[in-house]
Design a protein around this ligand. Structure first.
Ligand SMILES: *Cc1c(COP(=O)(O)O)cnc(C)c1O
Length: 459
């Protein structure tokens, strides 16, 4: 084995990709209002927009799909998935959903009323939006190191326990219908949460009688980080660690488009029977019958196989090897990136790269535009475009501390030479950083505005 682990697979089906010329990229970007979400797939060479639903499935997953049981109620596919969910997550009940946010919507609908609060390390955009959509307020209580891009703290996704206590005591537990934690912390650089912190968070919520839900999207990556970094876990399997993580919680929301290794799917799991019954009612109303939840039987089978494959250590070593490799290349070109690297993405600190672009002019958006113009690469801004919201009391815009750009790596899709190319384009942008200017929004909806916003360069 060399420094970076080899891909533990070989390729037997290929999808052509092509770099269109600069003029065509400029035209595409103008048409898209400088928002790369509005580009078409064929206009993109390397697509690092998201690791969500963009992975390559294995031959075992495709084979399992042919066995999909499309029975409306009581399909075999459902029971095959239920067995795996039970084995890994261990909650008493679960409902399949078409993706993660559908699970969040059902959970929010069942538990949140106007004026409620929901603490977490950091809520992801869809989680926060679903809480707000029910009149609730998401609260982010990650440790201070989460805001420091160069801190090498091994678990920057942890919740600050004293902040959490203060928060609960100040508002009163009756205002807090559930508490959450995101593993790994996608909105905060994909940083993991330690088992020790999960234990403390769990006992704090328990002390106040607050149900504890884990946003489990990248549970396997988080469990692997625990194995690598937390004393006492080196000898455990990733499955054992995952089971221990979920044993501390009352439920979980999951997007299988991440660590389920599928292109669609999710679920909501819980121990509380009454909550399960309410969730099932919502499910039937919005998603489908409880044994398919908005999915085809074959999708449930792909999920069942993917959830097992994602726990294989050769896979997880390769996955973390890719982000580590790209991080090292970017650091060699003095590009500020969040350290230590996450497993699913490399996060560039756009304010660090473009200190001359003020926050109000979206330095992250400026980098996203440059990546596309220079190299046909699509990345996503995770800064003020995504995370600024008007404060529910004062109405003033509250914005995140960091202006990040996420280069997400789809699972089992791009090779090391693709990563070399990305690093070369980044170096080219860094070399002419003074020439890059900021942006202003010319259109923005209220919730999840980054998906459909339009921008123009500030003159
Ligand atoms: C992707 C994601 C979600 C939402 O899942 P979807 O399947 O995209 O609806 C929620 N939380 C986190 C941390 C995520 O990364």
């Amino acid at each position: 084995m060399t420094k970076h682990p080899q891909e533990p697979f070989r390729i037997k089906m290929v999808e052509p990709i092509k770099l269109i010329d600069r003029e065509a990229r400029e035209a595409a970007l103008m048409r898209a209002g400088h928002n790369v979400f509005s580009l078409r797939s064929e206009e993109i060479f390397i697509d690092l927009l998201t690791d969500s639903g963009t992975g390559a499935m294995s031959q075992a997953q495709w084979a399992a799909m042919l066995n999909g049981d499309e029975t409306y109620a009581g399909a075999r596919s459902y029971y095959r998935l239920a067995e795996v969910v039970e084995e890994i997550f261990g909650f008493r009940y679960f409902v399949p959903t078409h993706q993660g946010r559908a699970a969040e919507n059902i959970l929010s609908t069942c538990l949140i009323s106007p004026g409620h609060y929901v603490p977490s390390n950091m809520h992801f955009d869809t989680t926060g939006a679903n809480i707000r959509a029910r009149g609730g307020r998401p609260e982010n209580l990650a440790i201070d190191e989460a805001q420091n891009p160069v801190s090498l703290h091994p678990f920057k996704g942890n919740i600050d326990i004293s902040k959490l206590r203060d928060f609960i005591e100040r508002l009163g537990p009756e205002q807090i219908p559930l508490g959450m934690i995101t593993v790994t912390n996608n909105a905060g650089g994909g940083q993991p949460v330690s088992m020790e912190n999960l234990r403390e968070v769990s006992s704090t919520y328990k002390e106040f009688g607050i149900p504890f839900f884990i946003d489990a999207c990248r549970f396997a990556e988080n469990a692997y980080f625990i194995k690598l970094r937390e004393p006492g876990y080196a000898g455990k399997t990733v499955l054992e660690i995952a089971r221990e993580m979920f044993g501390l919680a009352d439920g979980a929301t999951m997007s299988n488009k991440k660590d389920g290794l599928t292109n669609i799917g999710g679920f909501l799991a819980m121990n509380d029977e009454q909550l399960f019954e309410r969730a099932r009612r919502e499910l039937v109303l919005r998603e489908g019958f409880p044994t398919y939840g908005g999915l085809a039987g074959r999708d449930l089978d792909a999920m069942a196989v993917g959830l097992r494959e994602v726990l294989e250590e050769e896979y997880l070593a390769y996955r973390l090897g890719q982000t580590t490799y790209l991080t090292e290349l970017l650091l060699q070109s003095n590009i500020p990136v969040i350290q230590p690297p996450a497993a699913h993405a490399v996060y560039v600190d756009a304010s660090g790269l473009f200190p001359h672009i003020p926050k109000e002019q979206f330095p992250g958006q400026a980098l996203v535009v440059e990546l596309y113009l220079e190299g046909g690469i699509r990345a996503v801004e995770l800064g003020s475009s995504v995370f600024c919201y008007p404060d529910q009391d004062s109405g003033e815009m509250a914005c995140p501390e960091l202006e990040l750009v996420r280069l997400s790596l789809p699972r089992r899709v791009y090779t090391q030479s693709h990563l070399d190319y990305v690093a070369e384009i980044m170096a080219k942008i860094a070399a002419k950083r003074d020439e890059v200017g900021g942006y202003r929004m010319t259109y923005a909806p209220k919730l999840l505005r980054h998906f459909t916003a339009r921008y123009e360069p500030v003159k």
